[in-house]
Design a protein around this ligand. Structure first.
Ligand code: NAG
Ligand code: NAG
Length: 170
């Protein structure tokens, strides 16, 4: 009987995973209006009739970040502050440059998973699980490799030589 209870709870869990999704948007987009100080979940929307292509665009991701700092890495974050059209979409992008042996120190994103790819060089990456507690998942990545950090888990990347990667947070 006990094992049956376990099985049923697993089925319930599986269903809740499969059905889980973000609620649908009520509009095509909600370009952030930097001049509106209303307290909403995200930023208030710019009038859609006033929206331009530049509201959905950023230039300069090809430029390397300055890694002359104590950790030897530089995160160039492309979020709603850089692209107003990202507001409410639940996605952002970053470029990270690493000096030789530079590290993006352990940190976590409470509400976002992260997927990234190595553009150049090799990186040691890893994250720590919460269940089972404190299991260390690690791998060495090379150019073209893709890796995922699940939301809320502490993770890091460290350069083993020279490298650059592009994490996409969803
Ligand atoms: C914010 O206000 C300034 C000054 O009125 C204006 O130049 C700018 O275009 C406005 N920005 C947005 C996003 O509406
Ligand atoms: C990079 O940052 C260092 C430390 O702040 C600074 O001295 C150096 O001028 C910067 N290099 C470039 C190319 O901006």
């Amino acid at each position: 009987m006990a094992s049956r209870v376990v099985f049923l709870s697993f089925v319930v869990f599986s269903f809740s995973s499969v059905l889980a999704s973000d609620p649908s948007s009520l509009q095509d987009f909600c370009v952030a209006d930097a001049n509106n100080t209303a307290l909403v979940n995200g930023f208030a929307c710019k009038d859609p009739k006033m929206v331009q292509a530049d509201d959905f665009s950023f230039s300069g991701l090809h430029l390397p970040g300055n890694t002359s700092n104590p950790v030897g890495s530089k995160v160039t974050l492309i979020n709603v502050a850089k692209i107003p059209g990202l507001n409410t979409l639940g996605v952002s992008l970053a470029r990270i440059d690493y000096a030789p042996w530079g590290i993006n120190p352990p940190h976590y994103h409470p509400r976002a998973s992260e997927i990234f790819t190595v553009i150049k060089g090799s990186l040691e990456v890893g994250f720590v699980t919460s269940n089972p507690e404190n299991r260390f998942i690690t791998k060495i990545l090379h150019q073209g490799d893709v890796f995922v950090f699940p939301a809320g888990l502490i993770h890091f990347q460290r350069n083993l030589g020279t490298g650059l990667h592009l994490p996409f947070q969803v």
